[in-house]
Design a protein around this ligand. Structure first.
Ligand code: ADP
Ligand code: PHD
Length: 556
């Protein structure tokens, strides 16, 4: 594997060797890119990429012979357009549920074409439950040999597109499964490569279909156009270098030869390994918001199978209703604390780029959906949504020293830092601390590794504290206007007391939009239903009434 980093243009210094590239930490890569004062003409672009201007400062990252040119940020904030050039206008992301079959792909194509004024970038997930099926196939390959991969063929035939386009992928996939069966091992890195076939195929099929019906489209693999990530396989983070690289790639292609870009969601390329990475389950939302920020688009649309973000998970309580407006902060908390509808990290690029996100239903396009923006009128808002995160591990840590001891919290958190474990919810006093561990980070690891990691954490903490490990807990997050926390808590505790539920920990974060309550797993769903009824269904109740935007407001 060869990785090189170089400046392009006449004064190009010698390429940085693979070893020294690997020594850079992400922040220094950033500094290097933006601090450079090397000004050179951009003559050494990738053949498919047209330079934006003739005096562009460029840093090129070459991975396995493939170059990604990273521009100085200012060049991307003000791309130059010819008089008649129209920019790409929005991102439309369609999840697996929206493109589950040939019929759905046709409907999604019609939906896109029903917005003739838009020039969208399309982001697609794998069809239906393909990601789960691929993971299952990988596990079966480990335990009992190869499984076959034929159902994607049927969609190709139904859409009438050329099957040779994905034939090589299906062959490669079978080879991969054979390899897994032979090795009897499925590493996180291999898992990411395996599931990437889902998005690689759905986008190729969809782009071929659009071209077949006369709509010019171009397929892109995200890992080839500059989605540079950390090497945390199955849960990689997008790195800053992604934004200028992706913007440049998509923008330049669009300017030189306009065609609707069809981009694989969920996938990236590890900056050290250069291997395919994934952004965590549901990661196509993050792909969409990353593109929205990178290109400074007008709007990011995420098309789902529900009428927007709902007041709670409809699988827990079917009477959940759409929430018309959310702020980025509310949506980020909601996503982070377990609402499957949005990827936990997906709001970050949208908030940074201040690009509105609209959550819409591809099965019911007329429904207004949810609009997520930087601010909204919070004067009447009390509670917006209730979110449940299950199977959480909680730790009660009590210092073995006396009151007044400083540095206790610092020691506790440095243990988590050393072990690379993220903490979710925290409540603390001077000598004790209760916290929950982020299950998405912890549970992505192998089961045996999880158990030994937990033992290790407890062992380390026991050097300075008495530790009580509590498993099978749930976090119920009340997302809304924490300025009205007394009202929210009064009502919530009334509901919980009537349902005989004891809250084991409570935390009101600095975000001002979230109050988290920890309860036992087996009581959690019943709590969510009862809370939903109290907050959203009692039109005029003791303490609250429904406001126009669907959230609860006080009578006072
Ligand atoms: N608060 C919520 N609002 C809306 N949907 C939710 C919520 N919590 C959980 N969900 C679930 O999230 C699903 C949509 O997310 P997801 O399956 O990731 O969509 P897609 O695959 O289309 O991107 C819905 O079908 C719904 O069951
Ligand atoms: N296909 C991936 C990525 C994704 O975002 O999917 P969806 O948009 O269907 O949630 C997954 O299942 O996790």
């Amino acid at each position: 594997m060869e990785v090189a980093l170089q400046y392009c243009g006449p004064k190009t210094p010698s390429p940085v060797s693979s070893r020294s590239f690997c020594q850079y930490q992400p922040p220094s890569l950033q500094r290097l890119r933006f601090a450079s004062s090397v000004s050179s003409s951009s003559t050494a672009f990738h053949p498919s990429v047209k330079p934006l201007s003739c005096t562009t400062r460029v840093l090129r990252v070459t991975c396995e012979g493939r170059a990604v040119d990273v521009l100085e940020k200012s060049q991307l904030e003000n791309p130059t357009f010819g008089e008649n050039e129209k920019q790409l206008s929005c991102v439309m992301k369609f999840g697996g549920s929206s493109v589950a079959s040939a019929e759905r792909m046709r409907e999604v194509a019609d939906l896109i074409l029903s917005f003739p004024e838009e020039r969208p970038v399309i982001v697609l997930s794998a069809m239906g439950k393909t990601t789960n099926k691929l993971l299952l196939a990988g596990e079966k390959a480990v335990s009992c040999g190869i499984t076959n991969v034929s159902s994607i063929d049927e969609t190709v035939d139904e859409l009438g597109v050329d099957r040779s386009m994905i034939a090589t992928y299906l062959e490669e996939l079978e080879q991969l499964l054979k390899g897994i069966a032979m090795m009897k091992e499925l590493t996180l890195r291999t898992k990411d490569y395996l599931v990437s076939f889902g998005e690689c195929m759905s986008t190729r099929i969809f782009a071929a279909y659009l071209n077949k019906i006369g709509v010019k489209a171009r397929q892109y693999d995200a890992f080839e156009i500059g989605f540079i990530t950390t090497d945390d396989f199955t849960n990689a983070d997008i790195m800053e270098a992604t934004y200028p690289a992706v913007a440049k790639w998509l923008h330049s292609d669009w300017i030189s030869d306009p065609a609707i870009p069809i981009v694989t969601g969920f996938l990236g390329k590890g900056w050290r390994s250069c291997a395919v990475t994934t952004l965590g389950r549901g990661g196509s939302d993050l792909t969409a918001t990353t593109i929205g920020k990178a290109l400074g688009l007008r709007e990011i649309q995420v098309w789902k199978d529900v009428d927007g973000v709902l007041t709670c998970d409809p699988n827990i309580y079917p009477r959940a209703e759409p929430v018309p407006y959310l702020t980025f902060d509310e949506a980020a908390e909601l996503a982070y604390f377990g609402a499957q509808v949005l990827h936990p990290q997906s709001m970050r690029p949208a908030r940074e780029g201040d690009v509105p996100v609209r959550v819409k239903n591809s099965y019911n396009p007329k429904a207004p959906g949810t609009l997520i923006t930087r601010t909204r009128d919070m004067t009447k808002a009390v509670l917006t949504s209730i979110v449940l995160k299950r199977n959480v591990t909680m730790l009660d840590i009590v210092s073995t020293r006396m009151l007044g001891q400083f540095g206790f919290l610092a020691k506790v958190f440095s243990i988590f830092e050393d072990l690379g474990i993220s903490v979710d919810v925290v409540a603390t006093s001077e000598v004790s601390i209760s916290l929950t561990l982020d299950p998405s980070k912890l549970w992505s690891r192998e089961l045996i590794q999880q158990a030994s990691e937990l033992d290790h954490v407890v062992e380390e903490l026991e050097k300075i504290a008495v530790v009580n490990l509590l498993q099978h807990r749930s976090i119920i997050s009340l997302i809304g206007n924490v300025q009205r926390s007394s009202l929210i808590l009064e009502k919530a505790f009334h509901v919980l007391r009537t349902n005989g539920v004891n809250v084991q920990m409570i935390s009101q974060g600095a975000s001002k939009v979230n109050i988290s309550l920890i309860v036992n797993d087996d009581e959690a769903e019943q709590c969510v239903r009862a809370l939903h009824q109290a907050f959203f269904e009692s039109n005029i109740s003791e303490m609250g009434c429904k406001s126009e935007n669907g959230s609860v407001s006080s009578l006072s």
